[in-house]
Design a protein. Structure first.
Length: 216
């Protein structure tokens, strides 16, 4: 009986390169935000060595309930195509959250905790005011305490650069307890502090992106 109950408790863990095919929708999200410069597997392999944890997946048993994709701005070059002001130099970029509202909230708090413990001052996201796919909805970010930094339009559609500045580890822990309830939060691997990266990202991201996988 106890083991049956444990199988239904959601868990959150780091996304690794070897499991990207098990997470529906992840390949399309990574391709979109890297402008086809990477496959999801290649991107997570690169991020693991260059930066650390860049994604979380939430599961209940074998069911994927949601996932988060985040990383340094330079490794998510599609972010630079939006007229929403300058991206902060002291934060990471949350590219996408998948899942129902509750699952996304769990993941959002866990992303903040991970980045705060690695020494980041905050996290940003380019939200879609219309709730378009492959973006975090702006409304969801505002409802969860983020602040709007700048709004802009791309091809006539509104987007908002939003930011969450981190408080203390204690404050983040309190938020996590309030939001998550009975969600297991294992300690993740990855860099203990921000790694100095090229401001332009990896060489193949600096090149004009071409569809499909780029050779290493």
């Amino acid at each position: 009986m106890k083991m049956t109950q444990l199988r239904f408790i959601p868990t959150i863990s780091e996304i690794s390169a070897g499991e990207v095919d098990e997470i529906p929708g992840l390949e399309a999200v990574v391709s979109y935000w890297t402008e086809s410069s990477f496959s999801a597997g290649d991107w997570y392999e690169e991020m693991s060595g260059a930066w650390g944890t860049a994604g979380l997946v939430m599961r209940r048993g074998e069911e994927v309930m949601g996932f988060a994709v985040y990383g340094p701005h330079a490794y998510l070059p599609h972010a630079y195509r939006y007229p929403v002001g300058s991206l902060g130099a002291d934060g990471a970029l949350l590219a996408y959250l998948e899942g129902d509202p509750r699952s996304r909230r769990h993941l959002l708090v866990r992303v903040a905790r991970d980045l705060r413990l690695r020494g980041y001052a905050g996290v940003e996201a380019i939200g879609s005011d219309l709730g378009r796919s492959r973006y975090v909805p702006t409304r969801f970010l505002m409802e969860n305490g983020w602040e709007a930094v700048c709004r802009g339009f791309k091809m006539g559609l509104p987007y908002t650069l939003a930011r969450a500045d981190f408080g203390s580890t204690v404050e983040i822990g309190e938020r996590a307890r309030g939001f998550m309830g009975r969600v297991k939060l294992p300690v993740l691997g990855g860099a203990p502090s921000p790694v100095t990266l090229s401001p332009n990202g990896p060489a193949r991201v600096r090149m004009s992106p071409a569809p499909g996988k780029v050779s290493r």
